[in-house]
Design a protein around this ligand. Structure first.
Ligand code: DC
Length: 234
């Protein structure tokens, strides 16, 4: 991380609106936005496309070396490129979502992704969202936010979003899926989702998007002034 770069780390549970907030903050602050979950999705897509057995860790290790991930801002959209190919839409498809939680806990995958994430933090000011950004990727991030919300509210928001895309799933199915993802994220051996001790928790159960944004901006401005650089000097 370059001394002058500011890093806003946003971690939290699935379907808590992390990426919506992260994008809004990046736009307002004129920082780059990095969706670290998209990187794990891109790796998953690559492995599926190359018919790699996800339980064959040696094959996964070999394939990780062949992967190059880049982010580009095109037509007001954050796009992710895998070996030169725009995979932004493909990685959101169900067949990738179903497998990504098998790929994201693999140690070699995490090591490679964290390296890329850290190098992105060296190039410019960034807002990055994920599960381990404040704990593993940028332990000295300028500001760390941890997002949470009542599981029922999260499920209702996700349900409405899926219905608007004509994806017919029941609220119960979503609640079960979210509970499983929370369990997987918080109990996995590699970089489990935990709230960093110096993170500020935003519970957005009763907040509108505008209220959440205002609160996050207030926290960022206050903490940027208070702790411009938390890294130890060596
Ligand atoms: O945020 P998302 O649903 O797009 O994340 C996809 C997967 O990647 C999900 O299984 C959580 C995982 N992930 C992770 O392990 N570490 C991160 N920093 C970001 C996402």
């Amino acid at each position: 991380m370059n001394k002058l770069n500011t890093v806003i780390a946003i971690d939290g549970f699935s379907s808590c609106g992390k990426s919506t907030l992260a994008k809004q903050l990046a736009k307002a602050l004129r920082f780059a936005y990095i969706d670290s979950g998209a990187m794990y999705r891109a790796v998953t897509y690559h492995l599926i496309a190359n018919e790699i057995d996800l339980t064959d860790l040696e094959a996964v290790d070999e394939n990780i070396k062949l992967i190059n991930i880049e982010f580009k801002y095109i037509n007001n959209e954050n796009c992710i490129f895998l070996n030169g190919l725009d995979v932004s839409d493909e990685i959101r498809k169900m067949y990738v979502s179903e497998k990504v939680s098998k790929v994201s806990p693999i140690r070699s995958v995490r090591k490679a992704m964290v390296r890329v994430q850290q190098s992105l933090g060296e190039t410019c000011d960034i807002v990055m969202d994920g599960r381990d950004i404040g704990t593993q990727v940028f332990p000295y991030a300028t500001v760390k936010l941890f997002m949470t919300a009542d599981p029922k509210i999260r499920a209702e928001r996700r349900h409405a979003e899926l219905l608007s895309k004509n994806e017919l799933v029941t609220l119960e199915e979503i609640m079960t899926n979210l509970a499983q993802r929370d369990y997987d994220d918080t109990t996995r051996e590699e970089s489990p989702l935990i709230c960093a001790t110096d993170a500020i928790v935003i519970d957005n159960t009763h907040l509108s998007m505008a209220q959440q944004f205002d609160l996050a901006m207030e926290i960022i401005e206050t903490n940027r002034k208070k702790a411009p650089d938390k890294r130890p000097t060596s």
